[in-house]
Design a protein. Structure first.
Length: 248
């Protein structure tokens, strides 16, 4: 389904992004791991050891010039970009009164501006190819306020949800599909502190009808579908993979 598709994954050095890169490579995609964290080199080396094709590109998603460099290098080497996964993101949990303006800006710069800049950077190559699939990683926090202290994070993830739909409208004519993916609480470095705090964990699991955290690969499977031609009639969609959290 993904054989030889060239897919760029931001935040691919760790957590869910790392799982995405590994699974996409296993399914035959050529994967560009883009991250501020050099650990992306290790992910790429592991993929190569397992017979896959991957490249690490240092990227701060807030920086337009760095985006251009990553896209240029990818197109130069592989001639096209079939998929973009805007996955890099951060979480800052504070009630609004205590949240600093700097943290608000940081959340929006990485989660929202990063998604915009990434999409803007790959669109010319996708238009030229006559097809493309962009998957923006939102969250259940883009649909509901899932726990206290999440107002700013929710605002960024809600923005991603509707940016996705707007982009889908603008680029449908070019056969470029754009969907948002909304994971529930997944076991990654971002959520490590939830697991150490039984009160927080019970709060989350109490309304997750499968009664457990998700594993990164469970999200990668949904992502692989959205990137592949199997989802060819899906654009502007919001896809939840949340153990049923938003069902109740
Ligand atoms: P993580 O913290 O484990 O990994 C995030 C990755 O993004 C890291 O490799 C980090 O280096 C990279 N990154 C951070 N800032 C960056 C920047 N400016 N430029 C480039 N890379 C940057 O997080 P995760 O849990 O794997 O989350 C991945 C995505 O999924 C995020 O967008 C997050 O908001 C979203 N999400 C996570 C959960 C969850 O429960 N873990 C649930 C829903 C949505």
């Amino acid at each position: 389904m993904l054989k030889d598709k060239v897919v760029l994954v931001t935040g691919g050095a760790n957590g869910m992004g790392e799982a995405h890169c590994r699974l996409l490579a296993e399914r035959g995609a050529v994967v560009v791991v883009a991250d501020v964290n050099q650990r992306g080199e290790d992910v790429v080396a592991d993929i190569a050891r397992d017979g896959g094709i991957a490249r690490f590109r240092p990227l701060d998603v807030r920086d337009r010039r760095q985006w251009q460099a990553v896209v240029d290098a990818t197109v130069r080497e592989f001639e096209r970009i079939d998929g973009l996964v805007n996955n890099a993101g951060i979480l800052v949990r504070q009630p609004a009164e205590e949240l600093t303006v700097e943290d608000w800006d940081l959340l929006f710069d990485i989660n929202v501006k990063g998604t915009f800049l990434g999409s803007q950077a790959v669109l010319p190559a996708m238009k030229k190819a006559g097809s493309g699939s962009i998957v923006n990683i939102s969250s259940i926090s883009g649909l509901v306020a899932n726990m206290p202290g999440m107002s700013a994070y929710c605002a960024t993830k809600g923005a991603i949800r509707l940016f996705t739909k707007g982009l889908a409208v603008d680029y449908a004519a070019y056969n470029i599909r754009v969907n948002s993916l909304h994971p529930g609480t997944i076991r990654t470095p971002m959520t490590a502190d939830f697991e150490r705090d039984s009160e927080k964990l019970n709060l989350l699991l109490g309304t997750t009808i499968l009664r457990r955290l998700g594993e990164p690969r469970e999200i990668s499977e949904v992502l692989a579908f959205l990137l592949s031609d199997a989802s060819s009639f899906m654009t502007g969609s919001e896809v939840t993979a949340d153990g049923g959290f938003t069902a109740v």
